[in-house]
Design a protein. Structure first.
Length: 89
């Protein structure tokens, strides 16, 4: 399974098609080649996978995905409809 991590674009460098993104206060330089021509702007949210922005996502989708990831990290699946762990079955 591949997991994409939502990140907000902080800076864009069109010359080398890279940019600075932030996730929960952590900033990282990533490759924007796949999304820079789609009208990417500072403040937009992108879905990251292994250092590459794969697509632009809206803020609501980014928030839902980050919430799910935090639940997954905390192993707190109670109330998350449609998700069962082996221990719960």
């Amino acid at each position: 399974m591949c997991v994409g991590l939502p990140a907000q674009v902080i800076e864009i460098s069109p010359k080398d098609r890279s940019g600075l993104v932030e996730v929960d206060g952590v900033r990282r330089q990533v490759d924007l080649t796949l999304v820079i021509r789609d009208g990417l702007s500072v403040g937009d949210w992108v879905l990251l996978h292994v250092g590459f922005a794969m697509s632009i996502v809206d803020e609501d989708e980014a928030a839902r995905t980050l919430q799910f990831i935090k639940l997954f990290e905390a192993e707190d699946f109670e109330g998350f409809e449609g998700f069962e762990t082996a221990e719960q079955s």
